[in-house]
Design a protein. Sequence first.
Length: 207
Amino acid sequence: MNIPSKLIQDAVNEFTKLPGIGKKTALRLVLHLLNQPEEQAEQFGTAIIKMRKEIVYCKDCHNISDADSCSICSNPGRDKTLVCVVENIRDIMAIENTNQFRGTYHVLGGVISPLDGIGPEQLNITSLVSRIDRKEVKEIIMAISPTMEGDTTIFYVSKLLAEKPVNITTIARGVAFGGELEYTDELTLARSIASRMPYENYLIRKK
């Protein structure tokens, strides 16, 4: 791609580092910014820099937050005894879009995947156990994508919590095996959470 300006070329190169952005799309975005009033381009840059510098992770659930406690954990209207365990922050957004879940969350930060070098110690499992030990949690919904790695993670966590005074449930398998939660339509996801089952029942059905 022949670009007559090194400044524009540098900006295009940065945009192409974003997922799903090719060089043509990056050039279109850069030229759009170039045609905007200078103050709008500055606002765009300032928002990105401010987000990167000031965003934090919730001390309880590891969700992204503007403060030590995220807007969900600090909401008195949420059921603190019910925790939905998810793989990543995008899954929280997907479930929240259903407007059906009124509990709180816990972000593991991934799933157990030995082939990728990800073991339990790389995930936010210790903090989940700590929340249960504080006796503030009565039920855990394992809302992990139905993949081999996801099932391995659910099995590991359920074994770890087997002696804890907490009910462990999984979302109903309206979500296709091998699919990812963030791409599941809102109605299916809402029904899967509402129709959750005890983890022991899931193991029996799987056999």
